[in-house]
Design a protein around this ligand. Sequence first.
Ligand code: S3P
Length: 166
Amino acid sequence: MSAPRVILVGPMGVGKSTVGELVAERLGCAYRDTDGDIVAEQGRTIADIFVDEGEPAFRSIEKQAVHRALAGYDGVLALGGGAILDADTRALLAGQPVVYLSMDVEEAVKRTGLNTARPLLAVNPRRQWRELMDARRHLYTEVATAVVATDGRTPEEVAQAVLDAL
Ligand code: S3P
């Protein structure tokens, strides 16, 4: 039997890593995420890359990391929340098993609060979340073969829903 493969997409803070690790544990396979790949490769945090070089440079580093990961992974792979902004990346995801973990804006504000470690939410989290979700919701939906809503659900319940969707 070939190794299971699933890609998780969705906004930051939705629980991709927590859920991804649970799904990997239940499938008996590896978990990997592209933010982790970038931090390991660059030897600095994502926030530092944003501060040092700005968002466009981060997106270029991210695109390379995502394309490398998509070229050879087994198990559960989580993509950074903004990876789907890139059209080439969305094209590469076509035909792959992609699960979109969704949440509404109020849930996002509640979960991430005033977390300034996330560079995209540093000024006005509620407004920035609304803009982010409005700009990206359709892109997550476009690449997804399944959508799992996470609002009000525990990570275990979300992981089960992901497994059910595979
Ligand atoms: C980002 C999401 C983050 C990280 C960076 C930008 C985004 O990843 O890549 O802060 O644009 O949504 P997570 O979704 O893993 O938090």
